[in-house]
Design a protein around this ligand. Structure first.
Ligand SMILES: Nc1ncnc2c1ncn2[C@@H]1O[C@H](COP(=O)(O)OP(=O)(O)O)[C@@H](O)[C@H]1O
Ligand SMILES: [Mg+2]
Length: 222
């Protein structure tokens, strides 16, 4: 569950990027965040992921006030939410599976268990057999799927992705969307920022549109 109560966000002394945002997302929803460039889509996802604090208002994730979470509770939020940022931030001096193993390093999982979890994550995104490739040897779509594998290896209940199909051809974009749909079908709450209206039309269950400081929440495609 994700809930925003009267959330405002500005950077420094700048204007409000988001003003008085209120919504509630139930477990298992598949939500698109749409709107023109600069509208605040990335900002909204960063607030949900706890990567930016709100300027005012309350943000609840699975019943916890994420904006007031003490430092020692932060790892909880990090495990509850799988985040795929616009710039995938893969490590290019390591293999694909080593990239996926990274988030498991802090969990205290035995090495053999971590390996099998990482392999399972790669399998779920269709990258079986590519464990030992360097990300540089992978296509843009494969790198994006690798980023998804890394985001889901800790089995988060919420997955947020910022423009995950932005630089991909149609086939690769649909493949990525199918991966998200499959996770959503097994109960993972999924939020995706995108301005690809055509793609959204075939996957959207609910769309939150940000435009010129206004916020529209609709059921279905935009
Ligand atoms: N770290 C930041 N510092 C200052 N301004 C920012 C920062 N991040 C985003 N902004 C500004 O906030 C607005 C919304 O940005 P963003 O959330 O990235 O929009 P979108 O993802 O919809 O393109 C833009 O005007 C952008 O320049
Ligand atoms: Mg953005």
């Amino acid at each position: 569950m994700i809930e925003f109560q009267h959330v405002f966000k500005s950077y420094g002394r700048g204007r409000n990027i988001l003003a008085d945002i209120n919504f509630r997302i139930e477990p298992g929803e598949f939500v698109f965040v749409s709107g023109p460039s600069g509208a605040g889509k990335s900002t909204l996802l960063k607030l949900i992921g706890g990567l930016e604090p709100p300027s005012r208002g309350a943000i609840l994730v699975n019943g916890h006030r994420s904006d007031r979470m003490p430092a020692r509770a932060r790892p909880y939020l990090r495990r509850a939410i799988g985040v795929i940022l616009q710039d995938v931030h893969l490590l290019y001096d390591r293999s694909a599976i080593q990239n996926v193993l990274l988030p498991l390093a802090v969990t205290g999982l035995a090495p053999a268990q971590a390996q099998s979890r990482a392999r399972a994550a790669l399998e779920k995104v269709g990258l079986s057999g590519k464990e030992d490739l360097n990300p540089i040897e992978m296509s843009g779509g494969e790198q994006q799927r690798l980023a998804i594998a890394r985001a889901i290896v800790n089995r988060p209940s919420i997955l947020i992705a910022d423009e995950p199909t932005a630089s991909l051809d149609d086939d690769s974009a649909r493949r990525i969307m199918d991966v998200f749909r499959d996770f959503n079908r097994v109960g993972v709450t999924t939020l995706i920022a995108s301005h690809d209206l055509a793609l959204m039309a075939s996957y959207a269950r609910r769309t939150m549109r940000i435009e010129a400081g206004r916020f529209h929440d609709t059921t279905g495609a935009p």
